[in-house]
Design a protein around this ligand. Structure first.
Ligand SMILES: [Cu+2]
Length: 283
């Protein structure tokens, strides 16, 4: 009883902390980026990230309870069985009840962890309800974004530190971000052209390896509200691995339309066929 109260109040405290963090973040123009002295995860954006955050909070409660229990057990054992009070050592070798308990209880804990883990794993794996498709290609050392339905494609390079303007994030800004309309579910087709990279945006809880010659699928659930989501390649991919950030800019439907008009002029590719993509990557 006391334990479940403890778990409840711990859960309440973590929810309160994330709630306050979300208010602070939304008050300072929505930008999902790492912050100096950050301890927890970035505030979750969209359903996948919210579910991942909930699982993280559940695991935090479980792992804290286990750590405290093991610590107390160690302290008690050191005190209770200290040499000065136990001149003759105990010869106990087996205790069936304890042995069953320390096998069954961890199994139950693992099952409690496995059920929500698998549920989330399958939820974030793919969606049938995508509003649009974007093909993401990882290259040494930049990202390419293709919008097959709009027939546009463009490369996205990091902005050098010397060229940053006031308020921009070091090592995280790019010249051409992936622009998406707010409140959409986007299917991402992820591929690599030279070595393995990884498309990782923490606030949207998406991380997918880009593998040469293989198209991986994942999706992002971009919530309502104009916001900038920052991410990075998180697969060690060569010298400039740290210099290929990801920027996803969520804009209103109206602004997206305006961007699309300009983008269609600037980044027109004509119909994209797989063979063309392959050829472009070879050149
Ligand atoms: Cu990379």
């Amino acid at each position: 009883m006391r334990n479940s109260n403890l778990v409840k109040s711990f859960g309440a405290i973590t929810s309160l902390v994330s709630f306050v963090a979300m208010i602070v973040v939304s008050a300072t123009a929505m930008a999902a980026a790492p912050e100096p002295w950050q301890i927890g995860l970035q505030p979750p954006a969209g359903s996948i990230a919210e579910k991942a955050n909930d699982l993280h909070n559940l695991l935090l409660v479980i792992i804290t309870a286990i750590s405290v229990f093991v610590l107390l057990l160690l302290v008690y054992t050191c005190f209770r069985f200290r040499a000065s009070k136990n001149k003759v050592a105990s010869k106990t070798t087996h205790n069936p009840l304890i042995e069953v308990l320390w096998t069954v209880i961890p199994v139950i804990i693992l099952v409690v962890i496995a059920v929500p883990s698998f549920r989330l794993l399958y939820y974030q794996d793919r969606t049938d309800l995508a509003d649009m498709v974007i093909k993401v290609t990882g290259a040494q050392w930049y990202w390419s974004y293709e919008y097959p339905d709009e027939q546009i494609a463009f490369d996205s390079y990091m902005i050098d530190e010397a060229d940053l303007t006031e308020g921009q994030q070091r090592l995280l800004e790019v010249d051409y971000p992936m622009v998406v309309p707010e409140g959409t579910r986007i299917k991402l087709l992820v591929e690599g052209v030279d070595v393995m990279h990884s498309f990782f945006v923490p606030s949207l809880a998406v991380q997918k390896y880009t593998v040469v010659g293989r198209t991986n699928e994942t999706w992002i659930d971009v919530p309502m509200g104009e916001a900038t989501y920052y991410g990075q390649c998180n697969q060690i991919c060569g010298t400039n691995h740290s210099y290929m950030p990801i920027v996803i800019k969520a804009v209103s439907a109206e602004n997206y339309k305006t961007w699309l008009e300009v983008a269609k002029e600037e980044f027109a590719t004509g119909p994209i066929t797989p063979s063309e993509v392959e050829l472009a990557s070879v050149e």
